[in-house]
Design a protein around this ligand. Structure first.
Ligand SMILES: C[S@@+](CC[C@H](N)C(=O)[O-])C[C@H]1O[C@@H](n2cnc3c(N)ncnc32)[C@H](O)[C@@H]1O
Length: 326
């Protein structure tokens, strides 16, 4: 028995060392996770973005942003991306002392549908349709006000100096073809290949099918980077888009049925299973925007026949079809 003692002690020693190593790894992982997270005070930040999306932009600004271009937040609303982006910038060791442009654009005109995002917050009931809500943005981003330039105005008219590179372009304002064309014409020329990222917050929103059409049309110039729950897709700008393609105005009629079908198939390959329903909903919405109710109904039936689980977004477009009287 005695001769087994050294064996037990060696095994014991190995187990102790393994335990210490695993504990250290767990602590390192926890620290890493904590470093990428928004400080707890921002979990309560009022906004239409998810915690994962806020974490993503903060982590990007702190670790990946080089400072060679500006950060532009289109459709900033009350700043739920602006604030984490600015906090990330403050933590970015590459930027020490350098003044970085963080530009927030919005119309700052209240619309009643925005009220749903204010329920149970201190802002509830403060604004009515048409009110200027810029003060709410200013109040929320107060801790980082020194980093933020506010552009209050209509993005259909706003312009950007194309010689000023944009390194990170957040788009949460492509709510129509007109806005899509303005963003493409006025902001895309400032993107720089192999530097810039484009963050589409509405990538899987049912209402915005033009995003799928335009990003598919430009697919050779962008590389898909990642999906961020609950709705964002990030693209890397790979190669310069010819100026003529940026200046041309686009609409549904610029896309054949085949190209549109390919565009949605492409988007479906980019997002995880749980977000695909939304892409199908956007495809049906394309027909609704075009007032082609027959095609919309046929598409919904095709999606249902394929057994695609019907969640919030498909229910929404299905409701639009039910309520439409020919
Ligand atoms: C879905 S919200 C954005 C949410 C925001 N990104 C956040 O962090 O919570 C869309 C925003 O786009 C803005 N918007 C819509 N049309 C606009 C336009 N023509 N010009 C400027 N901003 C516009 C709205 O005022 C609204 O704040």
């Amino acid at each position: 028995m005695l001769h087994l003692f050294p064996l037990f002690s060696i095994v014991g020693l190995i187990l102790v060392v393994l335990g210490i190593a695993l504990g250290a790894r767990r602590r390192r992982r926890k620290r890493k996770a904590a470093a990428g997270r928004i400080p707890s005070e921002f979990e309560e930040l009022v906004g239409m973005t998810s915690r994962q999306e806020r974490d993503f932009v903060r982590h990007y600004a702190a670790h990946d942003f080089t400072g060679e271009g500006a950060i532009v937040d289109l459709g900033c609303w009350m700043g739920s991306f602006t604030l984490p982006l600015a906090f990330g910038l403050r933590k970015n060791p590459r930027l020490s002392g350098r003044k970085i442009g963080l530009h927030a654009y919005d119309l700052f005109r209240w619309q009643d549908w925005m009220n749903q995002s204010l329920a149970k917050t201190r802002w509830a009931g403060r604004y009515k349709e048409g009110d200027d809500f810029r003060d709410a943005f200013v109040e929320q981003v107060a801790p980082v006000a020194d980093l933020v330039t506010i552009h209050a105005g209509d993005l259909n008219k706003e312009t950007w100096d194309h010689t000023e590179p944009i390194e990170y372009l957040v788009i949460d304002a492509m709510k129509s073809w007109e806005l899509t064309n303005s963003v493409v014409r006025n902001f895309f020329p400032a993107l720089r290949p192999r530097l810039s990222l484009v963050h589409h917050q509405d990538f899987v929103h049912y209402y915005t099918p033009w995003i799928h059409l335009i990003m598919h049309r430009f697919r050779n110039y962008f590389e898909p980077l990642t999906y961020v729950p609950e709705g964002s897709f990030i693209f890397t700008y790979r190669e310069a888009i010819p100026r003529a393609l940026l200046e041309k105005p686009y609409g549904f009629d610029d896309f054949s049925a085949e190209e549109a079908a390919d565009a949605f198939e492409y988007s479906l390959t980019l997002v995880p299973a749980e977000a695909r329903e939304n892409v199908y909903a956007a495809r049906i919405m394309m027909h609704i925007h075009r007032q082609d109710w027959t095609a919309a109904r046929a598409d919904l039936e095709r999606v249902q026949a394929a057994g695609i689980p019907q969640g919030r977004e498909l229910t929404l477009v299905s409701g639009l079809l039910d309520n439409h009287k020919e």
